[in-house]
Design a binder for this molecule. Structure first.
Ligand code: ADP
Ligand code: ADP
Length: 229
């Protein structure tokens, strides 16, 4: 049994008379502690499955089993608890609160969980010790994304979900940000899923899940990490 098991996931969006099958029989596994990449062109259905895995959206049918529990059967309240306690999310455009400092952004997120990491220590770990009292607007894009990573990781989540985390960054900065995501997740034992259209980052992953037109077209495993029970 894998830590994450997506089975026959369907998601249909209806807007007026038009229907989009954003996930069309999607199935894949991710092991505990792995770094998986969901790769595919814009519109392939990647964000759709990421949002479902994060408890931010619900599916149309299928099973989404996390650590033996089928979150597709959760009610709204159960999903909120799951999202708060188990999930860290990193977005393409950082989504920091502009009138809070770096430190306050991370503190706000860690306040809602019991076993949070120390916000300042976490900011040090992503290389932002000197920036803890700055506001987001005073930081570069790469620095803002590092704050967002610290904010997600400080919750000590079981699963870290990243939606195009390097999409707004230049190549070198993007590479650094991915390295930090990898380092932080390995250090704290989180399972990571990164959504991207950028195939150049695939070599860093333990598993690459290819999406096309709402379907999984190929799954590659780069290396087999030691299974963690
Ligand atoms: P990707 O993340 O791979 O770019 P998405 O999961 O965002 O793809 O979208 C997959 C398809 O579903 C696209 O055709 C998109 O337009 C459609 N879609 C996504 N979200 C919605 C929504 N909230 N309402 C209607 N259609 C949506
Ligand atoms: P991404 O490349 O990350 O999928 P998108 O621009 O496709 O980014 O989507 C950004 C947000 O807009 C997502 O939350 C997605 O669910 C929503 N979205 C995407 N397509 C549509 C659509 N056709 N109608 C309504 N919402 C959409």
């Amino acid at each position: 049994m894998s830590y994450i098991e997506v089975r026959h996931n369907y998601k249909k969006y209806k807007t007026g008379d038009t229907e989009v099958l954003a996930n069309n029989d999607v199935s894949f596994d991710v092991n505990k502690g792995e770094l998986a990449i969901i790769l595919g062109a814009s519109g392939a259905g990647k964000s759709t499955i990421l949002n479902i895995l994060g408890g931010m959206d619900t599916n149309t049918s299928g099973d989404v089993i996390i650590d033996g529990k089928n979150i597709a059967k959760y009610n709204r309240r159960q999903l909120t608890t799951y999202r708060r306690n188990d999930i860290g999310f990193v977005f393409q455009f950082y989504n920091l609160i502009q009138n809070l400092t770096t430190k306050e952004n991370v503190e706000l997120a860690s306040e809602i969980v019991d076993d949070a990491l120390d916000p300042i220590k976490t900011l040090e770990d992503v290389g932002l010790k000197k920036r803890i009292n700055n506001f987001p607007a005073e930081l570069s894009g790469g620095e803002q994304q590092r704050v967002a990573i610290a904010r997600a990781v400080a919750k000590n989540p079981k699963i870290l979900l990243c939606d195009e985390p390097t999409g707004a960054l230049d190549y070198e900065t993007g590479k650094q940000v991915l390295q930090i995501i990898e380092d932080m997740s390995r250090k704290h034992g989180a399972t990571v899923i990164i959504v991207t259209h950028n195939s150049s980052i695939a070599p860093m992953a333990d598993r690459v899940i290819h999406f096309h037109d709402g379907k999984v077209t190929k799954i590659e495993q780069n290396a087999m990490p030691e299974p963690v029970s």
